[in-house]
Design a protein around this ligand. Structure first.
Ligand SMILES: NC(=O)c1ccc[n+]([C@@H]2O[C@H](COP(=O)([O-])OP(=O)(O)OC[C@H]3O[C@@H](n4cnc5c(N)ncnc54)[C@H](O)[C@@H]3O)[C@@H](O)[C@H]2O)c1
Length: 278
């Protein structure tokens, strides 16, 4: 994706904080912001991965720091804010991106509730902690942008993945509410909600890396999902564009809109069939 030079100048010298930066979409967003001349603060609980990403960014002329962080822990995200301010004195673009899947299907009687809670804690509360830690800085500056990584599975649910879908729906509701509140006070602080379809990251491995005991149906599904998936660098370029254009929604796959239309048609169909009270 090409940018106008003047557009990129807006970001030069500013500070981007990216969680989940040790891998996948987070690593790509950090690299894209660094390439735009921003100082980057890389946060993740994978310290080795963080060091590797920072090394790569520095090798390309970028500058930043790595801050080991557990995004599901309020104090740890507070410490991330403190480390950011100590290093750069400001934060401008804050990407609450760390996330994970799991929890299992509802119908097979084997719910992994510990994992379900962890998914909710990182994917939803992690965003709350990020907002709590960084929003006051952005409001004080009256400048900046929050990027919350949700998923298209937060817009349209899919089977077998209720814990993840619920956490991403919650993250979207949180972000939309923040957008309304920021608009209501005329704030210059922006927010974007990233709702990717499949992206080739640690979360979506190539078919040849699937465990040998993966059943045929799952293998076919994941092979097709991988084939249709986006590259992290392309997702990152779209996010940079959304920050520059101050757009709320960032979708990677066009068919998501069709799925959402089918969902609202279904709702409207049921309401038409039943009628409403008023
Ligand atoms: N890959 C996809 O197909 C896809 C689709 C939709 C949404 N997403 C979302 O994109 C985001 C990034 O995921 P990805 O696809 O790059 O996967 P990834 O597994 O490559 O990266 C996720 C990163 O988050 C980190 N992380 C997990 N829990 C953490 C915690 N408690 N504290 C700090 N770091 C933590 C991991 O260590 C990892 O580096 C996630 O929120 C994910 O739900 C991904």
């Amino acid at each position: 994706m090409q940018y106008e030079r003047a557009e990129m100048d807006v970001l030069t010298g500013k500070v981007a904080v990216v969680t989940g930066a040790a891998s996948g979409i987070g690593s790509a967003m950090a690299s894209a912001f660094a390439a735009a001349g921003m100082h980057v603060v890389l946060a993740d609980r994978n310290e080795q991965g963080l060091a590797h990403v920072l090394e790569t960014i520095e090798a390309h002329g970028g500058a930043g720091i790595a801050v080991p962080t557990d995004c599901g822990d309020r104090d740890s995200v507070g410490a991330l804010r403190d480390a950011t301010l100590a290093a750069f004195g400001a934060a401008h673009v804050v990407c609450n991106n760390a996330g994970l899947g799991g929890g299992g299907a509802l119908i097979n009687g084997r719910l992994d509730l510990a994992r379900w809670r962890e998914v909710m804690n990182v994917n939803y509360f992690g965003h709350i902690y990020g907002i709590e830690a960084f929003l006051p800085i952005l409001l004080e500056q009256d400048e900046g942008h929050i990027v919350n990584t949700a998923s298209r599975q937060g817009l349209v649910s899919s089977g077998g993945n209720a814990g993840y879908c619920a956490s991403k729906s919650a993250a979207i509701a949180l972000s939309e509410t923040l957008h309304l509140e920021l608009s209501s006070i005329g704030s210059k602080v922006g927010i974007s909600i990233l709702c990717p379809g499949g992206v080739r990251t640690g979360m979506l491995r190539p078919p040849e890396e699937l465990p040998a005991d993966t059943d045929a149906e799952t293998r076919t599904l994941l092979t097709q999902r991988y084939r249709d998936a986006a590259e992290p660098a392309d997702v990152a370029a779209l996010v940079v564009r959304a920050v520059l254009a101050n757009r709320l929604y960032v979708l990677t796959h066009a068919e998501t809109i069709e799925w959402m239309t089918a969902r609202t048609d279904r709702i409207a169909g049921d309401v038409a069939a039943l009628g409403t009270i008023r």
